[in-house]
Design a protein around this ligand. Structure first.
Ligand SMILES: Nc1ncnc2c1ncn2[C@@H]1O[C@H](COP(=O)(O)OP(=O)(O)OP(=O)(O)O)[C@@H](O)[C@H]1O
Length: 321
């Protein structure tokens, strides 16, 4: 299912709605970081994609009740974040890993999570400590629980911040670029953790790592300049690029998104038409598209790469309707 701007979109069928946004707008001064966003999300992992500045963090911050929309209506976990009592209840039930989490450097890993658990009002001392140990185990930092935060590596700090978001088993988990700095082993561990977590809960994952979206998400939302330009399954986004990807024996003269593969042939993404680039009708071989191809076509980035025109946004790919 695809939408250009403000069309209602169903959540995962049969799995209930966790987040409902109706015409949500968020302005910073005159700039609209989110424009008239209508969207419903349910159980599972939703991948939030978009270029730098597309509005992903702004959307997550609105869902985390950290920012108020300047227009439209949000419903989160059946509650209205405009009402103070509801807002408190939403905050009790959500976990948020922000883009630049604040981690007090002189705390130990355990002490920091315990501090967050106190703020989250997670029961008495014993229950709280059990919960802290549980999430430390989930992110593979149990052995480092007595290390000072400042002595942890970048990837470990990221995992510690994730553990903080997981405290209390939130119903809604908001993750802003969570896999930055993780090594491959930890990234797999992250996928395992999030995919299990999302069998009964809602996860919204903002990322530039398209392979994480392919691996984890049952739903993809693409933002472009604050507008919703796609919502659907990963397979539907890949489907956008069918017939647009080719393998050629040489770099085509008319530029398009391309690179030289290890086998010496050039992988080419043609934004305009589902036919081989002109002059290569005989030698072109069709290539199975990836999610990245669908995304590049949708956001017009394939055209931008071709022209080298980073400001030229008038050449949107065929997915923009
Ligand atoms: N506090 C702020 N004050 C003013 N403008 C802001 C503020 N935060 C974000 N913006 C602007 O809002 C727009 C959306 O920013 P946002 O951080 O939501 O994008 P993003 O998709 O998360 O980007 P990235 O992928 O780079 O993290 C951008 O134009 C940005 O410059």
């Amino acid at each position: 299912m695809t939408t250009s701007t403000a069309h209602a979109t169903p959540a995962c069928p049969g799995l209930g709605t966790t987040v409902s946004a109706q015409g949500v707008t968020r302005r910073y001064g005159l700039r609209a970081a989110l424009s008239d966003l209508t969207l419903e999300l349910g159980t599972g992992v939703t991948g939030l994609l978009g270029r730098n500045g597309a509005g992903k963090t702004t959307l997550l911050r609105c869902l985390a009740t950290d920012l108020d929309p300047t227009g439209g209506r949000l419903e989160i976990l059946g509650l209205n974040p405009e009402r103070a009592a509801d807002r408190t209840e939403i905050r009790r039930r959500l976990g948020h890993l922000p883009q630049n989490p604040t981690l007090y450097p002189h705390f130990t890993a355990f002490g920091l999570l315990d501090y967050i658990a106190v703020l989250k009002e997670l029961g008495g001392r014993r229950r709280r400590h059990d919960e802290v140990r549980r999430v430390l185990g989930l992110v593979g930092l149990y052995d480092r629980r007595f290390s000072r935060v400042r002595r942890l590596s970048g990837g470990m700090k990221q995992r510690l911040a994730l553990a903080g978001a997981l405290l209390g088993e939130p119903r809604l988990l908001l993750l802003d670029e969570p896999t930055i700095g993780l090594d491959p082993e930890q990234r797999i561990r992250f996928r395992d953790l999030v995919s299990e977590f999302a069998t009964t809960r809602t996860v919204v994952l903002s990322t530039h790592q398209i392979e994480d979206v392919e691996a984890l998400c049952n739903r993809v939302v693409v933002l472009d300049e604050g507008r919703l330009v796609f919502t659907g399954t990963p397979a539907e986004l890949i489907g956008r690029a069918h017939g647009h990807v080719w393998s050629l024996p040489e770099r085509p003269s008319a530029g398009t998104t391309t690179w030289r593969r290890p086998d010496g042939r050039y992988r080419v993404l043609t934004p305009d038409a589902t036919r081989p680039p002109e002059g290569y009708e005989e030698s072109a071989e069709p290539v199975e598209p990836t999610l990245e191809d669908g995304y590049l076509l949708l956001t017009g980035a394939a055209d931008t790469a071709r022209t080298g025109d980073t400001a030229g946004r008038g050449t949107a790919g065929p997915g923009l309707t």
